[in-house]
Design a protein around this ligand. Structure first.
Ligand SMILES: [Zn+2]
Length: 139
């Protein structure tokens, strides 16, 4: 993942060679020391959609409980249907009470596509990942 080429704080693009973000002064070398899960949590707000989707997907696979409040914060203003759907999938995979609750909120989301997906996911057994084999995510 090309996460290090963006400042994880302000998302200013860097050349990957600097230790401090030239835009906001964020300590990029400290970011390098962060645990993998923490980097993924930062990447949920990445400006490149593919990286956001990947981070959300990986957090789902990790069953990251820490991702749930981050997803919740993103969902408030998120309009991107791909991101919304990926978050719904990840929540279903995390499968703890807080992710379940957020998925229930998505079941009444303003976008019908998100609503439908959340309802389908809620109908599946909690934490199950067998359903993921159908996803065309290879390209
Ligand atoms: Zn920055």
């Amino acid at each position: 993942m090309k996460l290090t080429y963006f400042c994880p704080d302000c998302w200013h693009e860097t050349d990957g060679q600097v230790d401090v973000c030239p835009n906001c002064g964020y300590d990029l070398s400290a970011y390098e020391q962060l645990p993998y899960e923490q980097k993924l949590l930062c990447a949920v707000r990445h400006p490149v959609q593919d990286i956001r989707l990947l981070a959300i997907q990986l957090l789902g696979q990790l069953r990251s409980a820490a991702a749930v409040p981050v997803f919740q914060a993103v969902l408030g203003s998120e309009e991107n249907i791909f991101v919304l759907r990926e978050i719904a999938w990840a929540l279903a995979q995390i499968g703890d009470p807080s992710s379940q609750k957020l998925l229930e909120q998505l079941a009444s989301h303003r976008l019908p596509m998100v609503q439908r997906l959340a309802r389908d996911l809620l109908a599946l057994p909690m934490g199950g990942d067998k359903h993921r084999h159908q996803r065309g995510n290879s390209t």
